[in-house]
Design a protein. Structure first.
Length: 189
């Protein structure tokens, strides 16, 4: 396998019929700000890169459906479970509700749909090294269920604040204590 450690993802670009709505949503969800904008283009970033997201206004876009071929989702990693759940709480207060939270195993993830229906994953890595996560992906538990169970972010946040160790909350066993939703179906709709 040829791996290029010098290469990294720079940005992605979305096409829309509602530039300002999408711009404002990503500003809230990612904490992004506009670097450049005109009537048909907006460049945004949330870190040191000049832009991580581009949004292009189309004159007559065709509405995307969950079954449209193309990008399934984009994902953003947070440094800790507390920061991920604090973002969830902030978005909830801004009336931005998650589509489905999932304990994948290698990640604890909360999926959202943007105003155009694009899926956005906010997540944390559950392993301290990429090698440990890769080992988990090759293991029996992941092969048996590559999606993982859903979980309730409010219950997880309350448990974290009550002092339940993060290591316990980042397990599929803990997630299974929450009422379950059909993860594969929800991720595909």
């Amino acid at each position: 396998m040829d791996m290029n450690a010098d290469m990294k993802l720079a940005h992605f670009v979305l096409q829309t019929g509602q530039l300002h709505v999408l711009r404002d949503w990503y500003a809230k969800v990612l904490g992004a700000h506009v670097v450049y904008e005109n009537e048909f283009l907006s460049f945004m970033t949330f870190d040191e890169e000049h832009h991580r997201l581009g949004i292009v206004q189309l004159p007559e876009p065709v509405k995307r459906t969950p079954m449209t071929a193309g990008l399934a989702h984009s994902a953003y990693t947070f440094p800790s479970l507390e920061s991920l759940l604090t973002k969830y709480e902030d978005l909830n207060k801004a009336d931005i509700q998650p589509h489905v939270p999932v304990q994948h195993g290698p990640t604890t993830s909360i999926y959202y749909r943007d105003p155009d229906g694009n899926m956005v994953e906010l997540q944390i890595d559950n392993f301290t090294t990429p090698e440990a996560a890769t080992e988990y992906l090759r293991g029996e538990e992941f092969h048996t269920d590559p999606f993982g169970p859903s979980f309730d972010p409010d219950t997880m946040l309350a448990a974290l604040r009550a002092g339940i160790p993060e290591a316990e909350l980042l397990t599929r066993a803990w997630a299974r204590t929450c009422p379950q939703r059909n993860v594969p179906q929800l991720l595909l709709t």
